[in-house]
Design a protein around this ligand. Structure first.
Ligand code: HEM
Length: 326
């Protein structure tokens, strides 16, 4: 297994094959196949974000979300939360000091039994404007028969597909987190709130730790072992819960909804939807969960982002494979 390629694969994304031939339309199967080429066959584990840890907690809403959405998530009652924090990529032994995205998945179960899922990354943007650009980027990272990745080809691909660059540049400029509980997570895609009258409001969600971000220093990135995040989280939670604010950035008319490689302007209105409190971690409570980002509660809808829509297919294939030991 080529770990360098794997770690890079986590940061990258694009539309054309290494040959320079554009994919007609990328499918979920194409992604599962390329993940297996990058990480090798990893029976029984997630094909993306293979390394991670389960946690549990609860969500306490403010009254702000109820002004935009009819969802029971925002009607004042608490929801239970099943969480999984993870390292990007299909490598179950990913190095936790590397410059790659960390991920979070949350399943909210509301008082009325309905559910809502989110899954986001520590990067505010994704490495590609379309599934095809992302797939092409991953393909440039597949090692040759000698196990070598042609990094000049990767760099060339990035230059030819500028929508792969904002995430790459962000990862160079921001060190990885010192804890899964001390970093911002971004929904990246646009979604819509829908209110009782059917009025839609576009938004992007993010989770912000109430005690602020804590990132690794360059020295810590060199010194720390490959695996420390799950133990660190358990130790932190033994002192008390960790809290995140769930926020929604409200989009304006000209903010694009179909390009996750592009952030909206910084000055957009931000509302606080509630507090996600993490109370314990380290059990197997998330093993059977598929954090499908399109499995949304009534009152929230997906946008026209093709990457967002495609994620459902890829996650379902991965879910089926891992549950059947493939
Ligand atoms: C075409 C684009 C993408 C593909 C093909 C893809 C594919 C996958 C797959 C196959 C899994 C494993 C699912 C499972 O077995 O349950 C996964 C997990 C995950 N992905 Fe993606 N993904 C894509 C884009 C994204 C984006 C844009 C985000 C963030 C906004 C994201 C965040 C995550 C997270 C947090 C997990 C871990 C969920 C968990 O802990 O179970 N992915 N991805």
């Amino acid at each position: 297994m080529n770990f360098k390629a794997l770690s890079l694969s986590a940061c990258l994304v694009s539309t054309m094959a290494a040959s320079g031939v554009a994919h007609a339309e990328a499918t979920g199967v194409d992604f599962i196949n390329v993940f297996e080429k990058l990480a090798g066959k990893q029976p029984g584990v997630r094909k993306g974000h293979a390394k991670g840890v389960c946690a549990v907690g609860e969500f306490t809403p403010t009254d702000a979300g109820g002004r935009y959405s009819s969802s029971a998530l925002f009607n004042g009652e608490k929801s239970t939360a099943n969480i999984r924090f993870s390292m990007a990529g299909g490598n179950p032994a990913a190095n936790e000091t590397e410059r790659s995205p960390r991920g979070v998945g949350v399943k909210f179960t509301m008082a009325d039994g309905s559910v809502h899922y989110i899954a986001g990354l520590t990067t505010p943007v994704f490495p590609g404007k379309s599934p095809e650009v992302f797939l092409g980027l991953l393909e440039t990272l597949v090692p040759d028969e000698q196990g070598k990745v042609d990094f000049s080809q990767v760099a060339q691909y990035r230059q030819e597909h500028p929508s792969t660059l904002p995430q790459f540049n962000w990862l160079q400029a921001n060190n990885p987190p010192s804890s899964y509980a001390s970093v911002n997570y971004h929904g990246i895609h646009a979604f819509y709130f829908v209110d009782d009258q059917g009025k839609k409001t576009k938004f992007k969600w993010r989770l912000v730790p109430t005690e602020g971000q804590k990132l690794l220093t360059k020295a810590q990135m060199k010194q720390l072992p490959d695996t420390f995040l799950a133990d660190k989280l358990k130790e932190e939670l033994s002192q008390g819960p960790a809290h995140f604010e769930l926020q929604a950035v409200i989009g304006q008319a000209d903010d694009v909804t179909n390009n996750p490689s592009q952030a909206w302007p910084e000055d957009r209105e931000v509302i606080t939807l509630g507090t996600l409190s993490i109370t314990s971690s380290g059990d197997n409570s998330c093993d059977l969960i598929n954090f499908d980002p399109n499995a949304l509660a009534q009152g929230v809808e997906s946008s026209d982002d093709r990457i967002l829509r495609l994620r459902s297919t890829a996650y379902a294939i991965s879910f089926g494979k891992r549950l059947s030991g493939q």
